[in-house]
Write a protein that binds this ligand. Structure first.
Ligand SMILES: Nc1ncnc2c1ncn2[C@@H]1O[C@H](COP(=O)(O)OP(=O)(O)OP(=O)(O)O)[C@@H](O)[C@H]1O
Length: 212
């Protein structure tokens, strides 16, 4: 279980997260919906331990450590003169064949310098690297952005596999249909806390949902 307990984050006089609480069980794919500036990135960075916060984040009853979590950020930055294959070799070590298989499914030109990749290709490359880290908790921030039709379907399969391996996946997407398709549960982030929790059977209600 991942337990987020009374997390608060402030920037100067702005309280971005205010005593936010959330529990996520293993094998759950959780979607987060929030308006621009609602604090999703701040929450992800707190989970990733790159943002200072007040409160507690526990994984299996211990303080959550960076080694247990991976984070696919919205923007992906690469050294331009590295090839896709060289990049992935840093992550995969003993799993290079699996990595290359995934890259082939995504039709990534692995021998090209990353500087010649499109933004969708960079997203796919970063995603494969992240998957190879094989962490129990995985944050995907806008993973569908820039990814082509076939890539989206591959990503659906990958998320399904992560669920089958009992991993936690936290997804932020402004394309609600992608959340309907992938998530077991969707929460809304408003005024610094989790304002609603929708289970799969309630997703229909989100079609009419309005933020306060
Ligand atoms: N380092 C910072 N210093 C000051 N204010 C910040 C900082 N980081 C974020 N903020 C503010 O905190 C609020 C939440 O930002 P955050 O990036 O977490 O929102 P978000 O939900 O990820 O937004 P978006 O959907 O636009 O990416 C915003 O008002 C933002 O301006």
């Amino acid at each position: 279980m991942l337990e987020i307990k009374n997390i608060s984050v402030s920037f100067k006089d702005k309280n971005v997260l205010q005593n936010l609480n959330l529990e996520i069980e293993e094998g759950i794919i959780l979607g987060i919906l929030g308006k621009n500036g609602a604090g999703k990135t701040t929450l992800f960075e707190s989970l990733y331990q790159s943002q200072k916060y007040n409160g507690e984040i526990l994984w299996q009853n211990q303080k959550l450590l960076r080694k247990n979590i991976s984070y696919l950020e919205t923007e992906n930055y690469f050294y331009p003169y590295i090839t896709g294959k060289e990049y992935l070799s840093y992550f995969s070590k003993d799993r290079l064949p699996k990595t290359i298989e995934l890259a082939e499914k995504f039709q990534l030109p692995l021998d090209k310098f990353v500087q010649y990749y499109s933004s969708g290709m960079k997203k796919k490359l970063a995603l494969i690297g992240m998957l190879m880290l094989d962490k129990p908790i995985n944050i995907l921030d806008e993973p569908f952005n820039g990814v082509d039709f076939e890539g989206v379907h591959l990503l659906y399969d990958i998320i399904r596999e992560l669920k089958q391996s009992n991993k936690i996946v936290i997804i932020n997407s402004h394309i609600i249909e992608t959340l309907f398709h992938t998530c077991d549960r969707i929460v809304t982030l408003e005024n610094g806390l989790i304002s609603n929790i929708f289970e799969k059977t309630d997703f229909e209600k989100l079609n009419h949902f309005k933020f306060v």
